[in-house]
Write a protein of this length. Structure first.
Length: 86
C-alpha cells in the first residue's frame, strides 16, 4: 500500500457497536419481550401487557433516536466468484 493512500479494504472500517441511545432503545424492547414472555408462561395478563407496553416504548425510542443510522455499510468484496459463496 502506498503511504498516504487508503486501500479499498480499510476504507469503510468502522464500529458496529452503535450509540448508547440506540442500545437503550434495544434494551427496553428486549426487557419488554422478556417480561411479556414470563407473563405468558405464568399466565399473567398484567405482565403480558406491561411487557407489550415496554416493547412499544422501546420502539418509540428507536424511532426518536433514529437507530438505523448506526448501520455500518461494509466495503464491497472484490475478487469473489459465485462459487466462493457456497
Amino acid at each position: 500500500m502506498v503511504e498516504g493512500k487508503k486501500s479499498e479494504h480499510t476504507e469503510n472500517l468502522g464500529s458496529h457497536g452503535g450509540r448508547a441511545s440506540s442500545w437503550l432503545a434495544v434494551t427496553v424492547m428486549l426487557v419488554g419481550t422478556v417480561v411479556a414472555g414470563f407473563g405468558m408462561t405464568a399466565a399473567n395478563w398484567t405482565l403480558i401487557w406491561i411487557g407489550a407496553g415496554l416493547f412499544v416504548v422501546g420502539g418509540v425510542l428507536a424511532l426518536v433516536f433514529d437507530i438505523f443510522t448506526d448501520v455500518v455499510i461494509d466495503a464491497p468484496r472484490v475478487g469473489m466468484r459465485a462459487e466462493d459463496h457456497r
